[in-house]
Write a protein that binds this ligand. Structure first.
Ligand SMILES: [Zn+2]
Length: 281
């Protein structure tokens, strides 16, 4: 078990006005969740799937990895066996290593809401849009905020709602997660173009933990972006021996001095915050 302490953090700097959703209080927090934010980087192979459980017991799934069966197995391992509901499912972008696992999820779980940044003209997004039919779905852009109990989610990217063009890596929905003095960035597959846009906009990027963009691709996590984030811990969600060569040696070199945890080496990674510091296990 590793521990690292965070300093006091200034309140989110602002200009953020839109509140897209207030998640209603539902259910009772289980014993595990009380007073703690849990974040699981699920072991889904070459892809991303992140489950957030707030201290108030709200559950938010960000992406679903490439495989419905791998996602079901991982969710079964971390959620109570009777728990078949999720408060919010977020799709960062429609690439299948993020979306394919999610499509059948809506038949097995009661999902209260969905959040994305997809274009309706995007062929890859059609399966997601179909799967979320009948669920309250919000397409968000920079500035949107979601209050989930004591946890605040802020959308940092894309800069504006996608239109008809296909959704690319740089249109990834990037989420900032704040709980007390602790913070986390979930960057989807954002590459340097999106990172430059977030820096140019002067967004609050500094965060204790970053899930690096695009599985550790060399085209993500520029030196400048990492300098803006100043992470103490970097998570790389990546499949073992993947055909893309992720994570790139150049990216690992840029992370020198930052603690790195990789799903291909550790399997599922759990982070826990009490609002003052993170603990990984
Ligand atoms: Zn990806």
């Amino acid at each position: 078990m590793r521990k690292w302490v965070t300093g006091a953090r200034p309140l989110l700097a602002l200009g953020f006005v839109a509140v897209v959703a207030w998640l209603a209080l539902r259910g009772l927090p289980d014993g595990l969740a009380k007073g703690r934010l849990h974040v699981w980087f699920l072991d889904v192979g070459q892809g991303d799937a992140v489950l957030i459980q707030t201290p108030d017991g709200k559950q938010i799934l960000v992406d679903g990895g490439p495989s419905p069966s791998a996602l079901a197995s991982e969710l079964g391992a971390v959620m109570a066996f009777w728990d078949r509901s999720l408060d919010l499912v977020v799709l960062t972008h429609p690439d299948t290593d993020h979306s394919a696992g999610l499509i059948p999820l809506f038949d097995r779980y009661r999902v209260a809401g969905a959040l994305d940044a997809v274009s309706t003209g995007d062929a890859a997004a059609a399966a997601w849009i179909g799967a979320t039919e009948g669920i309250s779905r919000t397409t968000a852009a920079r500035g949107a905020q979601i209050k989930a109990g004591r946890v605040l989610l802020t959308v940092l990217n894309p800069a504006s709602a996608p239109e008809t063009a296909e959704t690319g890596n740089n249109d990834s929905l990037v989420l900032r997660v704040d709980y007390g003095a602790t913070s986390l960035l979930l960057t989807g597959d954002a590459e340097t173009e999106a990172e430059d846009s977030m820096m140019a906009a002067g967004l609050p990027l500094r965060a204790d933990v970053v899930k690096v963009g695009h599985h550790g691709s060399h085209a993500s996590s520029s030196r400048e972006f990492l300098a803006a984030v100043q992470p103490q811990l970097a998570i790389i969600s990546v499949g073992a021996e993947n055909r893309f060569g992720h994570p790139a040696p150049e990216l690992l070199a840029r992370l020198e001095g930052v603690e790195v945890l990789r799903t291909d080496q550790r399997g599922r990674i759990e982070l826990i915050s009490d609002g003052m510091r993170w603990v990984a296990r």
